[in-house]
Ligand binder design. Structure first.
Ligand code: MG
Length: 390
């Protein structure tokens, strides 16, 4: 199935009893736009998703129109009294177009990454597979708790995943499975908490596609408040240190053999100094000299990782987190390429983030200026952070 048509069916029929706000969560504002509007934008950005259709609760038409404005969608489908009934209504509404695939997605998951949606579409295209769902491995320890709050058992979590959406299926197979499940009653129905459960019951073969923790479902008003009060900031750091006699330079927390060393503040790790200033800049907390004066002898020769750790701690105390660190080293020598990965991993470890959130680049100045004359190394860094709005 090289070019399959895939329609996204967005389930926005919930009334959000746990949410408790004046509006169901999918219509509440996240930043300047309703949650559903963010969700639609994410799906539209995913390669492979063609049409989109939304299932809403009767009476929510005006809220829906405000969220779907600008997306040029067909009329919404009215949902039923349960999620399962709402999905079935949506699937029945897609029968005239009968796409090859249908991607069922929760309206309250606005942070789904287009790349993960594409991975699901790729997985479901494999031979012998009827469905592909996004999920993340369970990291928390599971406890069984008895009446009175007494812990009675620790359950093995091996092989356990938390299912997210989208859940992508061959349309005809899922429609058949949902029609069959509609005839069930009682506890058999309440056990079918997602579409994969309906499909599993029908014997369909489903693969789990590793997704992202970011693809969280907005459930409570606090979730939304926390999310919509974060803002993104970026700030620059710059530093230079000159060469002195020696046999190695320290860059990004690792020692690199070289014909000279760097001289100056602490261990003269120009990379970590630029990164520290970038993080401090993003929270308006001065610069490295404010916190660690170069005149103070106690920092002499000290490993610079503590400066970056200090900046990251100040950020964390404000409720913020690092989104990305980008570093450019400017020098003729040493060659950075062979040490790039080790440097990336080292910076990630010091900053307490994944290596995929760190970028290390290097350039020369074509023999020009002090770096061209091999008198020293310059570094510039950009820190992108997320921090609560004040
Ligand atoms: Mg410095």
């Amino acid at each position: 199935m090289l070019v399959a048509t895939c329609t996204a069916l967005i389930v926005a029929g919930g009334r959000g009893r746990r949410f408790g706000g004046p509006l169901p969560k999918q219509y509440a504002l996240l930043g300047a736009r309703p949650v559903l509007s963010h969700t639609l934008a994410a799906l539209r950005a995913a390669p492979g998703i063609g049409r989109m259709r939304v299932v809403i609760a009767p009476g929510d038409e005006l809220h829906y129109q405000a969220s779907a404005a600008g997306f040029d969608l067909p009329a919404p489908v009215l949902g039923g009294s349960s999620r399962q009934q709402s999905v079935l209504n949506g699937l029945e509404a897609l029968v005239p177009e009968s796409p090859d695939l249908v991607a069922i997605h929760d309206a309250a998951r606005p942070f789904v990454r287009p790349i993960d949606i594409a991975a699901c579409l790729e997985a479901v295209a494999m031979a012998g597979v009827d469905g592909a769902i996004l999920g993340v491995p369970l990291l928390d320890t599971l406890k069984r708790v008895e009446e009175g709050g007494i812990v009675s058992e620790t359950l093995p979590r091996r092989d356990l995943w938390r299912a997210q959406t989208p859940q992508v299926f061959r349309f005809a197979a899922l429609l058949k499975a949902h029609r069959a499940a509609a005839a069930l009653a009682g506890t058999e129905v309440t056990a079918l908490t997602d579409d994969a459960a309906v499909a599993e019951r029908a014997g369909l073969r489903i693969v789990m596609v590793p997704g992202s923790e970011d693809n969280r479902k907005i459930t409570t008003a606090e979730d939304l408040q926390q999310l919509s009060t974060m803002e993104t900031r970026a700030a620059l750091g710059f530093d230079v240190h000159g060469f002195a006699p020696g046999r190695a330079v320290v860059l990004g927390g690792i020692s690199i053999p070289h014909s000279q060393s760097l001289s100056g503040h602490s261990d003269a790790d120009v990379a970590l100094h630029a990164l520290t200033d970038a993080v401090l800049g993003a929270i308006g907390a001065g610069d490295i000299g404010t916190h660690f004066p170069p005149s103070d002898p106690q920092w002499r020769g000290l490993s610079s990782d503590r400066f970056l750790r200090h900046a990251v701690r100040l950020l964390a105390e404000r409720g913020g987190r690092i989104v990305h660190l980008d570093l450019t080293l400017i020098c003729e020598a040493p060659h950075i390429g062979p040490h790039r990965q080790a440097m990336t991993d080292s910076i990630a470890r010091i900053a307490g983030i994944g290596s995929d959130r760190v970028s290390v680049k290097a350039t020369t100045t074509e023999g020009l200026g002090f770096t061209g004359r091999r008198e020293g190394i310059a570094a510039q860094a950009v820190a992108t952070i997320e921090t609560p709005k004040r």
